[in-house]
Each structure stands twice: as C-alpha cells, then as structure tokens.
Design a binder for this molecule. Structure first.
Ligand code: SAM
Length: 260
C-alpha cells in the first residue's frame, strides 16, 4: 500500500513493478484529472439519458467509482452502464474516502455484476484480450484505458487489442488514457482516431484522448514525432494471445530497424 501525493492510497504491483496509480499526481487526482474531466463525459451526461463506460483494467475500481459519483451528481436520472475488464482481483483493496468510498464498496460488494441505483455493472474476469472478443456490442461513450504502462503491460496496448476496443465504442465515444506513448498513439492513428494531448498532471508529459468525432489537436512537434519517429510503430499481437515479451521483442526489433 502506498500513500500518494493527494493523501489517497494505491497499491504497488510487484510483477509489473508499478503502482496502480500515479504516486506523484495522487490516486484520486489521477482519476479526476487524467481520466474523468478530460474525457468530457460529465458535460455529455447533462443531456443524455444513459452513459456507457468501457473500463480497461478495473484494478481497485477507483476510476469507475469516481466516474459514477460525478455522473450521478450531474444527472440523478442518468442510467449508467459499466463494462469492466480485469485479469486478477485483489483482496482487501484500499478504499477511497467518502463520498467515493460508497460507490467503490457498491462495486466490490456486488462483483462481478449488479443492477441497482440506476447502475448496471459487469466485470469480465480474465485476460481482457480473450474476454473482449466475447462481447458482441457495447457502444461506449467513454473508454478508460488504464492498463499498466505499455512497456510493462504491452498486450493491452496493441493495434489488435485497440481495434477490439474501437469495435465497442459509439461513433461519438472518446478513448482516454494517461499515456502519451508513441506506439499507442500510432495504433490509434492507424485505426482512424483523431488525437489530442491532455493536460499533464504530476509529470511532464500529458495523456491522450482519442475519438472519431473530435478534431486532432497535436502540436507540430507531436505530429512530427507521430509520423516520423522510429518509436512510432504499433505494438502487434495478431492472435491476441502472444506472450507480452514476444510483443515487446517484435516492437524493439522494428524500432532498431527504423533507427538504422
Ligand atoms: N483503473 C484502475 C483503478 O482505477 O483502480 C487501475 C488499473 S491498474 C493501472 C491496471 C490493471 O490492469 C491491473 O488491475 C491489472 O491486473 C490489469 N490488467 C493487466 N493486464 C491485464 C490483462 N491482460 N487483462 C485484464 N486485465 C489486465
């Protein structure tokens, strides 16, 4: 368990060698400022009857709990649908402070699925690469893509996995993540998404917002890197079953080839 900059707790994952949330930004601050606010979903909730959230990497359930709390504040009649993916559920996750703790407990006490209080929640447990192919449609208004970092958890950042995510998005849906990885941005770009950089929080670089119905707003330098950097090649996993180390090796070989 780690105390983060805003006083909320997160957990360190020994295998990935990373915390579940940004320690320098703060766990709750990350949920709000890297995911929820820049997604624009709170504004959309005012005029919608329902909002559908696709949550890649449920983890401690922070992103989902925080989103539900604020969506409910915006529109108390809103029907909220959440589809989460997670490989392993931890025992005794730390709880966010109230009022978020209420929604986090609601999620954890009713896993893997429930329908109450205008919330329809379902968690698919297992490798998201396999589970996502079992979902026929969802039409997500927002995707919180929150796996561990692309070089530690590459299987959830590949061109092929992101294609599956795109398949489950509404035409006006937005995809949001803390990463500005060129490999990830290149895949999103190749899939036809427009890209924006979100504000940096607790670190130098901002995150990424992608959508089919938003304009691309990248600086000339960011666009140049996206189009010309040798690091701007997708992570690839054609079978959605490759070993993460193979995905990385393939990527590194391609980068070295382009650098030569
Ligand atoms: N969004 C979470 C929250 O707010 O608490 C934090 C997510 S944490 C950064 C990344 C999560 O992705 C971990 O819980 C990890 O188990 C999950 N994950 C990693 N690889 C996965 C895979 N192949 N399939 C499903 N989940 C995976």
């Amino acid at each position: 368990m780690i105390l983060t900059a805003d006083g909320t707790f997160t957990v360190f994952h020994p295998l990935y060698g990373e915390p579940y949330h940004s320690v320098t930004a703060g766990a709750l601050t990350e949920c709000l400022e890297k995911f929820l606010y820049p997604s624009g979903i709170l504004q959309r909730a005012k005029e919608k009857r329902e909002i559908r959230i696709l949550d890649i990497g449920f983890g401690l359930g922070y992103n989902v709990a925080v989103a539900i709390k604020h969506l409910r504040d915006e529109n108390r009649h809103l029907q909220i649908y959440v589809l989460s993916f997670e490989k392993e559920l931890m025992e005794n996750p730390p709880l966010l402070p109230e009022p978020y703790g209420y929604y986090q407990r609601l999620l954890w006490e009713n896993l893997p699925a429930f329908e109450k209080e205008g919330i329809s929640f379902k968690l698919l447990l297992g490798d998201a690469r396999k589970k996502i192919t079992e979902v026929s449609s969802f039409e997500a208004h927002v995707v919180f893509h929150d796996a561990f970092s692309p070089l530690k958890n590459p299987e959830l950042w590949t061109l092929q996995f992101l294609l599956q995510v795109k398949r489950l998005m509404d035409i006006e849906g937005v995809w949001i993540s803390y990463t500005s990885s060129l490999a990830v941005r290149k895949s999103l770009w190749l899939l036809g998404f427009n890209l924006q950089t979100t504000a940096s929080v607790g670190r130098r670089r901002g995150g990424t917002k992608a959508g089919l119905s938003i304009p691309t707003l990248l600086s000339p330098q960011e666009m140049h890197k996206l189009l010309h950097s040798p690091f701007s090649v997708p992570l690839e996993d054609h079978t959605l079953e490759d070993d993460p180390s193979l995905i990385l090796t393939r990527y590194n070989l391609r980068v070295e080839h382009l650098k030569a």
